[in-house]
Structures are given as structure tokens and as C-alpha cells.
Design a protein around this ligand. Structure first.
Ligand code: FES
Length: 154
């Protein structure tokens, strides 16, 4: 075998080895997604929790409500922010849309503030400063039998 044939065979081998490597990685990732993706997450369903009574709905400002629920054998303590806006009653998730820290309502500044990287949101959940690119998530909300219920996927 001359040098030219040998180098062509080597190139062919290396090219196929690289293709096989990426095919293997891609297949592995796909299988991991289907088999390792937690089945609990797939099965989550929307449940509504009582967070405050209808007569406690803030007409101005923001009301923080703390509540807990069970997920599997764990108790999850969380909070939501109930806000009456021109568009109606809204329940905001406290989770900052940047990297997931929990925001707080600052009554004096009239803003939601994220303690991690300075993300700031207005009363309607819109980003006004900092790194978050998306507004605060709105949670499903309903009023039933004088109770304000907020929906969480559990
Ligand atoms: S996690 Fe909120 S600003 Fe980064």
C-alpha cells in the first residue's frame, strides 16, 4: 500500500470514528432524557391551594401569602404574591426568572426585588432592571366559596 492510500484510509477511519462518537453521544442523551427524566415531574398535576380569604384581597399594593403543600413525602413551603392590578387579580410566582432565587416585595420602592443579582420587577411583574429577561410567572388563580385559590403543579 502506498502512502497516499494509507493516508486516505486513515482519514476515512478518523472521519467514521468522529461520526460514531457523536452518534453515540446523541443517542445516549436521547436515552437519558427518556429514562432518567423523573417520572414524578411527568405526572405532576395542577392543584389549587387556599392562600387567603376573599375579603383579604388587597385593593392596593401586594399581599404575600405563605403556604405549604405535600409533594410525595416532602412538605414544600412556598409563597405567592397576590396583586390587584388594572387587569384583575394576579398571583405571582416568587421565583425570579433569571436563575430562580426568590424575590421579595419592597413596599417602599413598589417593586419586586431579587436578592441574588439585583433583578427588579414592577407591580405587574414586568422586568424593570437587572438580568432577568422574562416577567414573573403568573400562577393560576380562582375565587371559590369566598376563598382565593392558587394553582401549583404538584
Ligand atoms: S436570580 Fe434573580 S436576578 Fe439573578
Amino acid at each position: 500500500m502506498d502512502n497516499q492510500n494509507l493516508s486516505g484510509t486513515r482519514r476515512y477511519f478518523i472521519r467514521n470514528a468522529i461520526k460514531s462518537f457523536f452518534a453515540f453521544i446523541g443517542l445516549g442523551s436521547l436515552l437519558s432524557f427518556f429514562f432518567l427524566y423523573p417520572s414524578e415531574v411527568k405526572k405532576r398535576e395542577l392543584k389549587f391551594f387556599h392562600v387567603l380569604d376573599e375579603d383579604e384581597i388587597p385593593q392596593r399594593g401586594v399581599k404575600r401569602t405563605d403556604f405549604s403543600y405535600e409533594q410525595g413525602n416532602r412538605v414544600i413551603n412556598t409563597k405567592t404574591f397576590i396583586v390587584m392590578t388594572a387587569k384583575g387579580l394576579i398571583a405571582f410566582s416568587p421565583v425570579c426568572t433569571h436563575l430562580g432565587c426568590l424575590v421579595n416585595w419592597d413596599r417602599n420602592k413598589n417593586e419586586f426585588l431579587c436578592p441574588c443579582h439585583g433583578g427588579r420587577y414592577d407591580k405587574e411583574g414586568n422586568v424593570i432592571a437587572g438580568p432577568p429577561l422574562a416577567p414573573l410567572a403568573k400562577l393560576p388563580i380562582q375565587i371559590k366559596d369566598g376563598k382565593v385559590l392558587v394553582g401549583i403543579k404538584v
